[in-house]
Design a protein around this ligand. Structure first.
Ligand code: HEM
Ligand SMILES: *[C@@H]1O[C@H](CO)[C@@H](O)[C@H](O)[C@H]1NC(C)=O
Ligand SMILES: *[C@@H]1O[C@H](CO)[C@@H](O)[C@H](O)[C@H]1NC(C)=O
Length: 502
């Protein structure tokens, strides 16, 4: 026996290894399930990972659809992902097949940032998700809760208008950026809703320092949104997760620690005053529920409501104002509609339902500049079928919203921004799901009502008060960054008070 082993040369071993790997690869193809979706060929082991390195994978996904059709599979290391390129398939996955495709699959970075699935948006589907989604709807995002918070939204819009008006010096057009005032007012609103109070600065014990409101915004919202996109290649290889990547891990870990420390400081500050408050914030509500929530889950949920309020609504409103400042005919049409309905009264939330064109502007902006271009991946926990193909348990389902919203089959001239398309009888005025921008089915966005109320009121009021005209050269400034397709450079436009007609 020993002699036999000694007789085997290194060369033989190498040959054997090559043959074994070869057999394994052929085996993988032979074992491929019958009736699987077409597969995009990639490198053995790493699959299509290298092809996805850039930060706009939704474009790569569309390119692959040209060759492999509206549903296809890719491999990223150990996971198999099914990519969907049409609204019809997206609806099948989100609504019809919900019972098999209802949990989320998270990258390492996201797992750290979301406190291991404690957020409503990122939790597995089950009792925990049902409970916390009920909490957030009844105390914060459902229609009754939104009615209670109405005065916060009113003062938010008022402050944005006052801020912009204060920049106007004379009857001339004046150059402004909407992002800064809108973002800081939106953050103020988030704090009022979530912890019950707007806070100018706070001492953070765990960081041993006092931080300003601006730093709070950075730590609670801006940094984590950047961190969420840091997809780490080791995420796709569960068996490589032990390989440390210090720079990445330290960065994400620091982000998570800092935002937790700041949220905790805000909570502590507020809990001391709870008895004296008339209004019940989201945080008070969670505390009063005497739930089984752990401290970590509680902190994570309060933080979630802050970051979700502060990000996507800003993105949508800025893009809508960009389009209206660029398409002056549309701006005029909207202004006429507002004048007809409001006359000399200030535009307010009740007017939204009487303004079909405003609603069309909002939905067309969601279609054309969807803040979420790829729905956070869902996970098939059991075998199922999509588009007639077999989908094995364990696959991740990727819905390319960008592709759904740009499809020639569903949209006429999809590459132009045309609010008029939503005025046809085909669409109900108050239907929030004219596009798939808010996802669909039981896990659809919980904040769509709030996003619509804030964004539509802001657009209505801003157009009622000012003439908007895009700065020269801004027309093609449409590059996007971050997970939620922020406009890369803040929109710059000239405004002039409407009162002064020349
Ligand atoms: C224009 C603004 C917004 C857009 C485009 C948007 C989009 C989305 C999308 C695509 C999903 C995933 C849905 C799915 O998997 O089917 C989602 C989930 C969610 N969104 Fe939004 N969202 C917006 C604003 C907000 C706001 C303002 C809040 C809260 C303050 C919010 C809270 C949530 C929550 C809690 C979920 C998770 C729902 C669940 O998993 O059951 N969203 N959103
Ligand atoms: C480690 O993480 C950093 C920061 O994200 C990244 O630039 C680097 O490429 C990663 N290193 C490896 C070996 O993956
Ligand atoms: C994929 O989506 C893009 C963008 O909507 C569309 O142009 C293309 O026709 C789609 N391809 C298939 C095969 O569905």
């Amino acid at each position: 026996m020993e002699a036999m082993i000694q007789n085997i040369s290194v060369g033989d071993l190498a040959t054997a290894a090559v043959v074994l790997v070869g057999v394994a690869i052929i085996g993988m193809f032979l074992l491929k399930q019958p009736n699987s979706p077409p597969a995009v060929p990639g490198w053995p082991l790493i699959g299509n990972l290298l092809q996805l390195r850039e930060k706009k994978p939704f474009l790569t996904f569309v390119k692959w659809a040209e060759d492999y059709g509206p549903i296809y599979s890719i491999r990223c290391g150990a996971s198999s992902m099914i990519v969907l390129n049409s609204t019809e398939l997206a609806k099948e996955a989100l609504v019809t097949k919900f019972s098999s495709i209802s949990t989320r699959k998270l990258s390492n970075a996201l797992t750290t940032l979301t406190c291991n699935k404690a957020l409503v948006a990122m939790s597995d589907y089950g009792e925990y998700h049902k409970t916390v989604k009920r909490y957030v709807l009844s105390s914060l995002l459902g229609s009754n809760a939104q009615k209670r918070n109405r005065h916060h939204r009113d003062s938010m819009i008022e402050n944005v208008v006052t801020n912009l008006a204060s920049k106007i010096k004379d009857a001339d057009f004046c150059l402004v950026e909407l992002r800064e005032p809108f973002q800081s007012e939106l953050f103020r609103l988030a704090l009022k809703q979530s912890i019950g109070k707007d806070v100018e600065s706070i001492y953070v014990e765990e960081l041993c320092m006092t931080i300003t409101k601006k730093e709070m915004l950075q730590i609670l919202v801006i940094d984590p949104m950047m961190g969420a996109i840091e997809v780490d290649w080791r995420d796709f290889f569960p068996y490589l997760r032990w390989v440390p990547n210090n720079s990445m891990e330290i960065k994400i870990h620091q982000m998570a620690t800092r935002k937790r420390a700041v949220t905790k400081a805000l909570i502590n500050e507020q809990s001391q005053h709870i008895a004296r408050r008339e209004e019940i914030s989201y945080m008070d509500y969670l505390l009063s529920k005497e739930t089984t929530l752990t401290e970590e889950q509680f902190i994570a949920l309060v933080w979630e409501s802050i970051i979700e309020t502060s990000d996507t609504t800003l993105v949508t409103t800025e893009w809508a104002m960009y389009e209206l400042s660029k398409n002056l005919k549309c701006q005029d049409r909207l202004y006429q509609e507002i004048q007809k309905v409001c006359g000399s009264k200030k535009f307010s939330e009740e007017n939204i339902q009487h303004l079909p064109y405003l609603s069309a502007v909002f939905h067309e902006t969601l279609r054309f500049h969807s803040p979420v271009s790829i729905i956070p991946p869902r996970h098939a926990h059991e075998d199922t079928q999509l588009g007639g193909y077999n989908i094995p348990a364990g696959s991740d389902i990727i819905i390319n919203l960008y592709a759904c919203n740009m499809h020639k089959k569903d949209w006429e001239e999809p590459e132009s921004w045309k609010p008029e398309r939503f005025l046809s009888d085909k669409y109900e005025l108050m239907d929030m799901h004219k596009t798939m921008a808010f996802g669909g089915g039981k896990r659809a966005c919980a904040g769509s009502l709030q996003a619509m109320l804030i964004s539509c009121t802001a657009i209505g009021r801003l157009i009622q008060e000012f003439h908007w005209k895009l700065k020269d050269g801004e027309e093609d400034n449409i590059d996007t960054v971050q997970l939620t397709t922020h406009k890369r450079f803040p929109m710059q436009a000239y405004i002039r008070a409407r009162g002064i007609e020349i």
